[in-house]
Design a protein around this ligand. Structure first.
Ligand code: PGA
Length: 228
């Protein structure tokens, strides 16, 4: 199974999401080969919108197989008098997956590795599947993970820049150094787009992609998926 995870970050409102989904579904329905792969589980899509859009997204995906709802982050607290927090408990049975420890949380909001481990424990407790991010090949992670996402900060948000992306070789070396076990899914994130994904897809050791910028455009995101 190949995973394509859209991380919209702090982008899109309800209307923009609806129009994104409309275009995305039309593209899937027009392309029977890709549609079949999504429906038979060869391809799995996880869409991670901003938290307020999680429920309408879940409703919109109701009759679609192979497309799941994911959250971008969860609170460091389990619950209680913490105005504005969105906890793993709040998200229980609403989302299937959540990204944990994205490097942007660390860069802009001072999240530490200790915070990430706390979040991870809540995510597990409430039955959500964590997509656990590491920024470097030297990072550690809890044992028993199903998903690890290698997303080196220097490779993120480069847009369509030509020729300056992380090479497959570097990504696979990082996988080795991280000692990713065979039962774990190894996801790569860092300016993946419809051009560079063709090279990455040659390597079956990469189980999927976390896609930020290029997932904001439904046609671009679909083109990436169609390459698989
Ligand atoms: P990007 O984001 O595709 O915009 O570089 C990747 C990520 O969120 O890790």
């Amino acid at each position: 199974m190949l995973y394509f995870i859209a991380n919209w970050k702090a982008n899109k409102n309800l209307n923009e999401m609806r129009s994104w989904l409309d275009t995305f579904f039309k593209n899937i329905d027009k392309n029977s080969q890709t549609k079949k792969k999504i429906e038979n589980g060869t391809i799995k899509i996880i869409i991670c919108p901003p938290s307020p859009l999680l429920y309408p997204l879940k409703q919109a995906l109701d009759n679609r197989t192979g497309i799941a709802v994911g959250c971008q982050d969860i609170s460091i607290v389990e619950g209680g008098t913490y105005t504005g927090e969105v906890t793993a408990h709040n998200l229980e049975s609403l989302v299937d997956y959540t990204i944990v420890g994205h490097s942007e949380r660390k860069k802009y909001f001072g999240e530490t590795n200790v915070d990430v481990l706390k979040k991870y424990s809540f995510v597990k407790k409430y039955g959500i599947e964590p997509i656990y991010c590491v920024a470097s090949e030297h990072d550690s992670f809890p044992s028993g993970l199903d998903f690890i996402c290698y997303e080196p900060p220097a490779a993120i948000s480069k847009g369509d820049a030509k020729g300056s992306f992380e090479s497959s070789e570097k990504i696979l070396t990082a996988k080795k150094k991280l000692r990713v076990q065979s039962q774990m899914k190894f996801i790569y994130g860092g300016s993946v787009n419809r051009n560079n994904v063709i090279e990455y897809l040659k390597h079956r050791e990469i189980d999927g992609f976390l896609i930020g910028g290029a997932s904001l455009d439904p046609i671009h995101f679909f083109d990436i998926i169609r390459s698989a």
